[in-house]
Design a protein around this ligand. Structure first.
Ligand code: URA
Ligand code: ZN
Length: 377
């Protein structure tokens, strides 16, 4: 287990750098950023249901914006201000942040523009890292660009790439992604797998949009999306084909630690897989992949889920995160303490003991070792 004194590292923390915000402001279809007369902050609109509300408001005209709930979420200074990120880190005694571009990354950018867009986003991140030596690292990936262009966009402070579950449009079990995975593995770049699309809105029922806010899609849709993506990669044999591939899964692996046993049972009892010879004695189980190729963040807000994550992957493979700038406090000062810090830290301490070696490792030591954070310019 890694020991690094008591450095705190936040490996799940996002930003939308200014050039990316401009790109979103110029768009007519989701994802997009829209300003509304009278509203303090612009709104970030990413979900299909939010696009429908935007359409209704646009048809009703400007006057409606005063009385109607605006679609999407406010784009506060926390989204793109470096000063605000450093303030958040200082307030919560976070020594190092490994910043990733927030969802939906470059998923919507056309193939021809993907590499250049990633390069400009990465350059912006790199200059932020240079302003605060030793405190910032980052991850971005122009997925739709070829592997060599993808690698060309990597900068000195880049320690991995953030990736959504859609891949090139057909998910991460798509054979076309194998060369990308191999290139990343060969270059020691970890994939940070993060959800964005959730599940089809029908599963939430007709009352969800009006009555349940974003709870179902964020609390359940996101983690299930991650779980499904990794299960598909496992079933497609991606982890065997690229054994050096390392993946960090958002939100403690979705529900993977909890469901790994059930996935295993379904595999060994599946007549089709058995007949195809896919359940042989040398098969690496989901449990093995979890301990050999997967890392999990500790963004699960409770020691119950965290203990499952620790049991599944091992305490040396868990890394603390906050998901800043998402989930700001709604009833206290945004410049003060955020529950995403205090709840996730308390979960680590409850699961592993305050001040224990395990807690120090999860809070920072593991990230420093695994992501080579001592190696700064
Ligand atoms: N909502 C998002 O859109 N992204 C996150 O990472 C968390 C909440
Ligand atoms: Zn996140």
């Amino acid at each position: 287990m890694a020991s690094s004194g008591s450095r705190v590292v936040d490996i799940h923390t996002h930003m939308y750098p200014p050039a990316y915000v401009q790109l979103l402001e110029s768009r007519q279809t989701i994802p997009l950023i829209r300003r509304f007369a009278g509203a303090k902050d612009p709104r970030y609109i990413i979900l299909p249901a939010e696009a429908e509300s935007l359409e209704k408001i646009s048809q009703a005209g400007e006057a409606a914006t005063a009385t109607t709930q605006l679609p999407g979420r406010p784009v506060t200074s926390h989204y793109s201000s470096l000063q605000q990120k450093i303030h958040f880190m200082d307030t919560h005694k976070i020594d190092i942040s490994v910043i990733s571009l927030a969802n939906p990354w470059l998923d919507f950018v056309a193939e021809a523009e993907a590499a250049e867009t990633a390069r400009s986003v990465n350059r912006e991140f790199e200059s932020m890292c240079l302003e605060h030596p030793g405190r910032l690292f980052f991850a971005t990936l122009p997925l739709s660009a070829p592997a060599e262009e993808l690698l060309a966009a990597i900068e000195f402070h880049c320690r991995g790439v953030i990736l959504g579950t859609s891949g090139l449009g057909k998910g991460l079990d798509d054979k076309r992604l194998i060369p990308v995975f191999k290139a990343l593995a060969k270059n020691g770049l970890m994939i940070f797998l993060h959800p964005h699309y959730g599940l089809p809105s029908e599963v939430w029922g007709p009352r969800a949009t009006e009555e349940y806010g974003h709870v179902l899609s964020l609390a359940l849709g996101f983690p299930l999306e991650t779980t499904i993506a990794v299960a598909r990669m496992y079933l497609a044999g991606v982890f065997d084909e690229v054994p050096d591939l390392k993946m960090l899964l958002a939100h403690s692996g979705g529900t993977l630690p909890f469901l790994a046993g059930r996935i295993e049972s379904c595999i060994v009892h599946d007549g089709h897989l058995v007949r195809e010879g896919k359940v042989g004695a040398n098969r690496r189980t989901v449990w093995q992949v979890l301990k050999e190729q997967i890392y999990l963040d500790a963004v699960i807000y409770s020691e119950v889920g965290l203990k499952a994550a620790i049991d599944a992957s091992g305490v040396d493979r868990l890394m603390f995160g906050t998901d800043h700038p998402f989930f700001p406090p709604l009833t206290s000062d945004e410049q003060g303490e955020w529950e995403s810090m205090t709840w996730n830290k308390a979960a680590v301490e409850k699961a592993l003991g305050e001040g224990s070696q395990g807690t120090l490792a999860v809070m920072g030591g593991n990230a420093i070792e695994v992501l080579r954070l001592k190696e700064d310019a």
